[in-house]
Ligand binder design. Structure first.
Ligand code: 5GP
Ligand code: ZN
Length: 155
């Protein structure tokens, strides 16, 4: 994709500090880390974000599977080697959710137990349901999930 900064990193036109690379997936350090070792796990195929991933071809399925695999491995690697005490996985879909680079990526952020990073999105509890609203919302979401699962015929 023209003008995509991560496509340029994949092509080698922009340098990056790589931690993993295969034919399908690349992972490199975030240029503006939340914590030391903050990695971005990126498919070489240009999808805008997770919600835009299409699994229509064998190749797309393989890319997606390896992407999710490396997200898991990266989190496991920082913890199992004792590099960090924990890790956050973060992935943003669209600008309103904080997406600034429109090429799918997962943040894997090592956590050391002594940092001051807070994760407000996971702790806010700011939204409150009216009576019956949670059930209605769950029904809507359940239908939407069921529709896509049927459409994609992957399960
Ligand atoms: P988003 O907010 O879209 O989830 O995250 C985009 C991330 O990409 C940010 O954390 C930002 O620091 C990182 N980033 C943006 N441009 C570059 C770049 O040229 N190189 C690297 N390594 N990271 C970048
Ligand atoms: Zn791209």
């Amino acid at each position: 994709m023209d003008n995509c900064i991560f496509c340029k990193i994949i092509d080698g036109a922009i340098p990056s500090t790589k931690v993993y690379e295969s034919d399908r997936v690349i992972a490199f350090l975030d240029i503006n880390p939340i914590e030391k070792g903050h990695m971005l796990i990126v498919p070489k195929q240009h999808w805008k974000n997770l919600a835009e991933v299409k699994l229509d071809t064998e190749k797309e399925i393989e890319v997606y599977e390896e992407l999710m695999y490396i997200v898991r491995v990266a989190a496991r690697a920082v913890i199992s080697t004792g590099f960090a005490a924990g890790a956050n996985i973060l992935q943003c879909n669209n600008a309103c959710a904080g997406q600034t680079v429109d090429h799918l990526h997962f943040h894997v952020i090592p956590r050391y137990g002594s940092d001051a990073v807070s994760v407000p999105v996971f702790t806010s509890g700011a939204a409150k349901y009216e009576d019956g609203e949670a059930a209605a919302i769950a029904e809507k979401l359940a239908k939407a999930i069921e529709t896509i699962v049927k459409e994609e015929e992957l399960l």
